[in-house]
Design a protein around this ligand. Sequence first.
Ligand code: SF4
Ligand code: SF4
Ligand code: SF4
Length: 294
Amino acid sequence: METRRDFLRTTLITTAAASVSEAARAAPARIPSTDRMGILVDTTACVGCRSCEAACKRAHDYPNEPTADNSTIPARRRPGHDSLTVVNEYPGPERPPRPTYVKVQCMHCDFPGCESACIVGAISKKESGPVLWDGDKCIGCRYCMVACPFQIPSFEYEKALKPEIEKCDFCIRRIDDGNVPACVEVCPMEALAYGRRASLIEVAREKIRNNPDRYNDHIYGEFEAGGTSWMYLAKAEFKELEFPELGRDPMPGTSESIQHGIFAYFVPPVSLYALLGGLMWITKKRKEAEEMAE
Ligand code: SF4
Ligand code: SF4
Ligand code: SF4
């Protein structure tokens, strides 16, 4: 039975969550730092060795590093709770065809749909570029999964009591220690470049200018969904490599338009989300307390 204390807590959480959600919804108005960092992926240099997958797992203490057996590489895998990044293979545009390999992970959007959708502020875009998840705030509602245009956040269903959203964290601990991300450091082909996003765009433009036969004249991520910290070069059209075709508008604006359309004649979405968030937070805390008491 719900106690008066629970009721008061729900009310407080509802109010706090509404404030947090309002702040997050204002995110598109924020101007990202011009010094923010990014990564440029040159798919024309990638040989599909998957060393980046292995290095990422090592850096995050994940088991089951990929082996030399690359038979799964054409399988169109997605990042998940056992691997924050995966490399997939596509038929290349050359004749005879040479495969194109595409490393997939969180794009660290400049205006993240996941951040905007999170009702408790558990995901945030840092001034320096990374989009990070905070397990202490997360209530496991999974709105971030729905809001991501790249289908990146994954949910550890096995950990029902303390679920975790998994996604690339830009190797924030390594960066804070003055290192580059693990995947960048290990890549033997220098297909991954870490640096100021603005400088990477200049590098990418120069590559395209100097090698028009090698590159499609498109830096994916420069403008898509308002811009992303990870950007890509390729010879093929990006839609042939299964990159989503996104406009230049930040995704939070899009998701909010949809939410407002759905709820226009119902309950304001912020209030509904906040209420659900408060209830889910209480349920999570109760389960944690029960688990600790066992
Ligand atoms: S380590 Fe470099 S070359 Fe190897 S799969 Fe990853 S991005 Fe491609
Ligand atoms: S930046 Fe770090 S967490 Fe992200 S894919 Fe590379 S190694 Fe993995
Ligand atoms: S790619 Fe998805 S999970 Fe990553 S920052 Fe963008 S919206 Fe968030």
